[in-house]
Design a protein around this ligand. Structure first.
Ligand code: ADP
Length: 255
């Protein structure tokens, strides 16, 4: 397993991608720390499905495959592990792309961008019968690095949709105020306990691992929101009450 892991990490390194996120060379030691943390965390995350895949393959080859029921149930677990690895690898590639940082500032029509993101969640919004409202006082054009801004919006909206209760309400708001751009996503879902509120911004941290995993989550979304908001010179805050809901607010300086 360690060999495979080592190989995986080396393959990413060889492909020219770097781990971690930063855009300013003066933050080099901070970048190194981020990279080390990221490699440590990702190694741990990759190990679990790989160990599971190896274990189940060996058991099947040792004879368990002769029983059709066992074969089927093991294959289903192995399929889940494979999807999980696929998701992690995808995230690593996305994260590492953002480390090559020369993004250009362009004008982004915020409501068009959000509409586009929302359309990719149409099915789940229908299934959960969610009421999603977009509140925008002005039709805003934001000058920003869209490669960083888009994932911020996408991750917050995706989480609100996942963690909202059935028939719940989601309110997406954005506006400009005193040289700042404010974007917030409010849901009336399960909420987050005070002691978890800092931790959910850590890479791979999930309040309820099983639930999050079933919903396809990998615990990177909010770390990306936090990092990218900082890279754009802003920050993200959270206001949340268990059983009532959560509001994530990103504030960015207007460039
Ligand atoms: P994940 O891929 O697990 O959603 P994130 O980094 O996006 O990873 O979120 C980390 C954890 O924070 C989630 O697993 C979940 O426990 C919690 N969380 C995130 N957004 C919400 C929300 N809107 N409501 C309740 N819990 C949330």
């Amino acid at each position: 397993t360690d060999l495979l892991l080592d190989l995986t990490i080396r393959t990413f390194k060889d492909s020219g991608h770097t781990f971690g996120i930063s855009y300013d060379i003066t933050h080099i030691s901070q970048l190194e720390k981020l990279q080390n943390d990221f490699i440590g965390n990702i190694s741990h995350e990759l190990k679990t499905p790989i160990t599971s895949l190896i274990g189940f393959t060996e058991t099947l080859l040792d004879g368990a495959k002769e029983d059709p029921q066992t074969l089927e149930s093991f294959l289903k677990i192995m399929q889940k592990d494979a999807y999980r690895l696929q998701g992690l690898v995808q995230e690593i590639i996305e994260t590492s792309k953002s480390a090559s940082l020369d993004y250009i500032i362009t004008s982004v029509n915020v409501s068009e961008l959000i509409d586009k993101i929302m359309r990719s969640y149409d099915t789940i919004i229908d299934e959960k019968e969610l009421d999603v409202q977009l509140k925008q006082p002005q039709n805003l054009v934001l000058n920003t690095k869209v490669e960083l801004f888009q994932p911020i919006c996408k991750n917050l909206i995706e989480n609100a949709i996942h963690y909202a209760s059935d028939k719940g309400k989601i309110i997406i708001t954005f506006y400009e105020k005193e040289k700042e751009f404010v974007f917030s996503v409010q849901d009336d879902g399960i909420g987050i306990r005070p002691q978890e509120q800092e931790r959910i911004f850590e890479r791979f941290y999930r309040v309820d691992k099983a639930r999050s995993r079933n919903s396809g989550g990998n615990g990177l979304g909010l770390a990306i929101v936090k990092d990218y908001s900082r890279m754009l010179g802003g920050n993200v805050t959270l206001d949340s009450y268990p059983g009532i809901g959560s509001t994530f607010t990103v504030t960015l300086p207007i460039l």
